[in-house]
Write a protein of this length. Structure first.
Length: 353
């Protein structure tokens, strides 16, 4: 990105009319994060230190529904997702972004027909998605969470509980505040895969404990490799959670009358707060979860599955507090586009579709 855009002296361009000159508008960038549960769009323009949001869109599509059983993306799930992506494409027409990057994660990585679905999306929406590795997913998620990292702490443990998998990132922060990834882990437990493994409208107590144990079994080799507990004992680790599970728990804990990103993003939740929220969720009848403004019908059957995965992480690494991040991969994509010039330049023909 050219630094001239950020100079205090404003640049103007003659518009060919008698009213003189118009201000040059900064370029617009766009990112799509297509996960196992959600489809998310972010459109933004660069600012001196970050970006200014022009438009956001998020829809629960449950693309990975039934994937564990069949090994493939179902027709119903693909139709829901294509419908959401068509809305994204329509929104993008208004902004004509200069550079874009649209990515798909675990569901498309795992599905036998994942590549075919990417072709279908291109044919039906005009959007070019790329299936990224879990390592790239971790890198981008951490990049999106950097504004929430406490620069006085030397390590960050960032987790993302998705629909089909959970990613863990272990990062070191140097004295200049630079973040370096030192370890990444992905394991095949997410809110959809766990909820589908247990029939009904929620987990039994035994099922919940089984999920917690399974999560720990995936985390123990990662702990052995990176000695995270030693850093925790020194009070030198910040835990950050970026996922619908954590943001939902945050909003539920605050008893918000409706979901409010500004109240949730950056919220510090103690492990006691998490435990209390989990107990309240357990007691809440399914119909009340559906009606709850911060849970709703799309997450009612996923909330306890997310809590079980979260508890497994917290039990493994008893930091005592988690920072809630209503940001992550999507924001990381945008920052990457702005700072490094990655992404695909959109041609005129694509804008005119």
């Amino acid at each position: 990105m050219k630094t001239e855009l950020y100079k205090k002296k404003k640049k103007y361009l003659h518009n060919g009319k008698n009213d003189g000159f118009r201000k040059i508008q900064p370029p617009v960038f766009a990112a799509i994060d297509l996960g196992t549960t959600n489809c998310r769009l972010l459109v933004a323009a660069p600012t001196p230190h970050s970006f200014s949001v022009k438009e956001t869109f998020s829809r629960i599509t449950k693309l990975g529904e039934g994937l564990v059983t069949s090994g493939e993306l179902s027709e119903r799930a693909m139709k829901r997702t294509v419908s959401a992506l068509k809305l994204c494409a329509k929104k993008l027409e208004k902004y004509k972004p200069e550079k874009v990057r649209f990515v798909a994660t675990e569901a498309c990585r795992r599905a036998l027909n994942g590549a075919d679905f990417i072709k279908r999306v291109k044919e039906e929406t005009g959007l070019s998605l790329e299936i990224i590795s879990f390592e790239e997913e971790c890198r981008l998620a951490v990049a999106g969470c950097v504004p929430l990292i406490n620069r006085n702490i030397r390590h960050a443990l960032v987790f993302d509980i998705g629909g089909g998998s959970t990613e863990i990132s272990w990062a070191k922060i140097d004295e200049a505040g630079r973040v370096k990834l030192e370890g990444m882990l992905s394991f095949p437990l997410g809110v959809i895969t766990v909820s589908e493994a247990f029939t009904g409208k929620g987990l039994s107590s035994a099922g919940y404990r089984a999920v917690v144990r399974k999560v720990r079994s995936y985390l123990e080799p990662f702990e052995a490799e990176h000695s995270i507990l030693e850093a925790i004992e020194q009070g030198d680790v910040q835990m950050i959670g970026t996922s619908g599970t954590v943001t939902t728990i945050g909003a539920f804990h605050l008893d918000l009358p409706y979901y409010n990103r500004s109240a949730v993003d950056g919220l510090a939740l103690s492990f006691d707060d998490l435990a209390k929220a989990k107990r309240r969720l357990e007691k809440l009848p399914y119909a009340e979860k559906v009606a709850h403004p911060c849970i709703g019908p799309q997450r009612a059957d996923l909330s306890l599955a997310g809590c079980a995965i979260l508890q497994g992480i917290c039990d493994m690494w008893p930091i005592g507090e988690v920072t809630v991040a209503d940001r992550g991969l999507r924001e990381g994509l945008l920052l990457d586009l702005i700072r490094s010039g990655n992404g695909r330049v959109v041609g005129k023909a694509e804008h005119e579709k």
